[in-house]
Design a protein around this ligand. Structure first.
Ligand code: UT7
Length: 325
């Protein structure tokens, strides 16, 4: 049995933060941000709004679009590194907000590759035959862990969420293959030092600004550009496809230059590639499902099309997935 995406949704907070707004906070400028990253603006939540709120909104959209009631959801998987609370899970908060009383679920920490890890997990639950309606959410409130005094990181990220509904496939559509990787030797290049069990929050960790994203951008750039292209080519080759078979490539949106390098190595022309980093920045687990929903809305994905997804992020974690739409 194959699993297929039968509904999609996205939510971007209303509050727009432009590069000009960033210039007021740190020593940066619009030209640097646009040419080095491709970002023009990003969205940030308002105080009191966080990941579960965005996750609830996208799941409500999925239910409206598919015509199902909350009680029909079997499982809720939330890919996020910015849960509302360390526990209970964001999935539990969303389940309660929706009244999805027959669902179980959990959060999955896979950073920028989180949505792909969650989609593979959800697909296997559906393919087991035991669960027929699995909601897979990618959502991050990156503004909650950004140091707005650090120009190396604060200009890069945004808040946002996307989601898909997975059900058993009734035709040829469905998830064809996934190739996923984890290499913890990269953990020191992109991480948040404190707030976990190793370094619980204290006055000292707060004073040292250790509750924020820290990144060695140059180190990550090199491995990300290579890793996304390698894994995309690998999954195409092992399924006997080449770049021209792909209708649409939706890569993780961390840096337009990384997307361009990956697309070039895979031989994609620009019509095949979804790039929306300019409007949203890097929403971490949100980028790929947001890209899928936008593509559906624009009519870029039709029945029978071949969709390639790819991501690279903290861990290091990376991977790609092939889907017949
Ligand atoms: O999604 C998770 C995975 N993450 C990624 O894939 C991110 C990968 N890395 C990147 O996207 C890029 O490395 C960055 C966008 C983070 C940085 O771009 P870069 O071209 O690698 O710049 P750099 O870090 O080498 O910095 C170049 C210069 C430095 O100045 P000096 O030392 O040459 O004088 C930085 O201090 O740019 C400076 N700089 C800035 N200038 C203005 C760094 N950030 C800024 C800024 N505004 N915001």
């Amino acid at each position: 049995m194959k699993s297929a995406i039968t509904a999609t949704a996205r939510y971007l907070p209303e509050r727009i933060f432009t590069n000009a707004d960033m210039e007021k906070l740190v020593d940066t400028n619009d030209e640097w941000i646009r040419t080095r990253t491709g970002i023009s603006e990003r969205r940030f939540v308002v105080p009191g709004q966080a990941t579960a709120d965005m996750g609830t909104r996208v799941t409500q959209q999925l239910l409206e679009r598919s015509g199902y009631s909350p009680e029909e959801i079997d499982v809720i998987i939330v890919a996020t590194i910015t849960p509302d609370l360390l526990f209970p899970s964001t999935a539990a908060l969303i389940q309660n907000n929706l009244g999805a009383k027959n669902a179980w679920g959990f959060d999955l920490s896979g950073a920028c590759t989180g949505f792909l890890f969650a989609l593979e997990t959800g697909a296997k639950l559906v393919e087991s035959g035991k669960y027929s309606k699995v909601v897979v959410i990618g959502a991050d409130t990156m503004s909650s862990i950004l140091n707005f005094e650090d120009r190396n990181t604060c200009v890069l990220f945004g808040d946002g969420a996307g989601a898909v509904l997975l059900e058993p496939s009734l035709n040829q559509s469905g998830i064809i293959d996934a190739k996923l990787h984890l290499d913890g030797s990269g953990s020191k290049y992109l991480f948040m030092p404190a707030g976990g069990s190793l370094k619980p929050a204290s006055a000292e960790t707060v004073a040292n600004k250790e509750h924020y994203v820290q990144q060695d951008g140059k180190a990550v750039f090199k491995v990300a550009a290579k890793g996304m292209a390698d894994v995309s080519l690998e999954i195409l080759e092992r399924n006997n496809f080449n770049g021209s078979d792909v209708t649409l490539f939706i890569p993780h949106q961390a840096n337009k230059r990384i997307i361009d390098i990956t697309s070039k190595r895979c031989g994609f022309h620009e019509d095949q590639v979804v790039i929306n980093i300019g409007k949203y920045g890097n929403t971490t687990a949100g980028t790929i499902p947001i890209g899928i929903d936008e593509s559906v809305e624009k009519g870029k994905l039709r029945s029978g099309d071949l969709l390639l997804l790819a991501a690279f992020g903290a861990g290091y974690s990376w991977g790609s997935m092939l889907i017949r739409w």
